[in-house]
Design a protein around this ligand. Structure first.
Ligand code: FAD
Ligand code: MLT
Ligand code: ZN
Length: 462
């Protein structure tokens, strides 16, 4: 091992590695603190060629590599295991915006670029990169692509996958796969980049990406709308889509309990209503105030909307957004929860929510539902907090029972146990249980073909 460590240090140079315990610490714990690991060395290559040399050396030595972006993932995918033998490969030094091609509505970036920096670089060129999530100040585009991140604008623009034109990937043997084409149409053989998007570092290391850009969406309106039931929010979305077409960019459902957590844990966070309502929807639409008012007015006549506030300026809009974007932090501060990042067809959401309420009540009447998320995409964070007085063993056993029952319900509706966070370590066994046999078999064959020695992020996904 020492010979490999010396070789890796030489490849990345004196500024490209860390082995000091204190410096390693933030890289070894997952954002929520659920997973912790160990490593003998963190390497931070400065170029795709250095990544390739690192991976080649590790492959030759039969030593595993764990790629890490911003380490904001929710499933323990970016932290090494406890063996202390896995090399941590951080992309944080690879943060060059390689090219912005405004006329082609595309940009090519290093994998370690922070998402917010990519959004800003697009804005400078009078273009718009729509991927947006609460962690955007920290997460990296490589991590976003490796998890096929969703976030807040999927309704109009799709997930990270649909924002990708080309990729550069270092394969397990150190070969560089260069598919950085900036093409919207390309049917020359299999679309290989798709294999690596959402593969969570188990099939290759993403080193660069060519991304789709869009015109500036122009005037955006933000509204917070109170609704009676979660199911009714789906009717509201349909009504808004009929009136505003694809101008609805964001449609995020949040329960009163969840916003209560935000108000409890996040300084100065307050809902804009005088009274409490059971559920709220945060809406952002690319239209005028009058158009949004009219669309919401219609929905109020139809019933589902109890009250609504439209932001009058950017400060008010920012306050509404802060409520939504602080949920993960509030949830983290509140203590541990069973995270269920599920999706069902949007049309099935009302029935799923109704059955889910009854299921939880029957499973454990003291369990607390912490539900929020991207209902417009059929994706809810259907999290559950078990009674705090349970001891650690009870929590684990009860957690498995509750999660299994929820996943049964989700799959019964034709849904997925992982909509946008990925599988990582958290859901690996659940994927084995709920995955389709043919799909799982093909995934294992692909893994074996692309990474025969199993050095890329082992213990994650499959
Ligand atoms: P990491 O956490 O570092 O890594 C994630 C996975 O990708 C790991 O398996 C890692 O090994 C792999 N990986 C990282 N970089 C590479 C690379 N270059 N090549 C190959 N594999 C790589 N997610 C959403 O989808 N939607 C949300 O709305 C959302 N909101 C969030 C809000 C907050 C406050 C937080 C903390 C997280 C949120 N997330 C959300 C989860 C997380 O931000 C995303 O999963 C994000 O895409 C991870 O990016 P990262 O750079 O932090 O990746
Ligand atoms: C979100 O939608 O806020 C994220 O996916 C993060 C989370 O689930 O905590
Ligand atoms: Zn989410």
């Amino acid at each position: 091992m020492q010979a490999l460590l010396d070789e890796l240090k030489k490849i990345v140079g004196p500024r490209g590695w860390v082995d000091d315990e204190a410096d390693l610490e933030p890289h070894l714990t997952e954002w929520r603190g659920v997973y912790e690991g160990k490593t003998p060395l963190l390497v931070a290559p400065a170029s795709s060629n250095e990544v390739a040399a690192v991976v080649r050396a590790c492959n030759a030595a039969g030593v595993s590599v764990v790629p890490q972006g911003g380490n904001t993932g929710m499933c323990g995918g970016a932290v090494p295991d406890a063996s202390g033998t896995q090399i941590l490969l951080s992309l944080h030094r690879m943060k060059r915006i390689r090219e912005v091609d405004a006329a082609n509505f595309s940009m090519t970036v290093d994998a370690g670029c922070v998402l917010a920096d990519i959004q800003a670089a697009a804005r400078v060129a009078d273009r718009y990169f729509p991927l947006s999530l609460g962690a955007e100040g920290t997460c990296q585009i490589g991590g976003n692509l490796a998890t096929d991140a969703g976030g807040l604008n999927v309704l109009r623009y799709g997930t990270a996958r649909s924002l990708t034109l080309g990729l550069e990937v270092v394969l397990a043997d150190g070969t560089v796969l260069s598919s950085l084409r900036a093409l919207r149409k390309d049917t020359a053989g299999y679309d290989l980049k798709q294999l690596f998007i959402g593969s969570e570092g188990t099939l290759g290391i993403i080193t660069a990406a060519c991304l789709r850009l869009f015109p500036d969406p122009g005037e955006l309106q933000t509204a917070m709308v109170a609704v009676r039931t979660a199911g009714e929010s789906v009717g509201l979305l349909a009504s808004l889509k009929e009136q505003l077409s694809d101008q609805v960019e964001t449609f995020e459902l949040v329960s009163d309990y969840v916003f209560g957590l935000v108000e409890k844990h996040i300084p100065d966070a307050r809902l804009p209503f005088e009274q409490r309502f059971p559920w709220y929807v945060l809406i952002e639409a690319a239209c005028s105030v009058d158009e949004l008012e009219e669309a919401l007015g219609h929905a109020m006549e139809d019933g589902p909307v109890l009250d609504a506030v439209i932001a009058k300026n950017t400060a008010e809009s920012a306050r509404l957004w802060r409520m939504r974007e602080s949920i993960s932090e509030a949830e983290r501060q509140d203590g541990k929860a069973l995270k269920h990042d599920i999706s069902v067809p949007v049309s099935a959401m009302p029935a799923f929510l109704e059955k889910g309420d009854a299921l939880l009540e029957a499973l454990n009447p003291h369990a607390r539902l912490v539900a929020f998320g991207h209902v417009g995409d059929g994706n809810l964070h259907y999290n559950v907090v078990l009674p705090r007085e349970m001891d650690a063993n009870e929590w684990v056993e009860e957690g498995k029972r509750v999660t299994g029952a929820i996943y049964d319900l989700v799959t019964g509706f034709g849904g997925s146990i992982s909509a946008e966070h990925g599988i990582g370590q958290l859901k690996r066994e659940w994927l084995a249980e709920y995955g389709n046999d043919v799909e799982l078999g093909l995934m294992r064959k692909l893994k074996k073909t692309l990474d025969p020695a199993g050095i890329l992020n082992p213990g994650k996904v499959i």
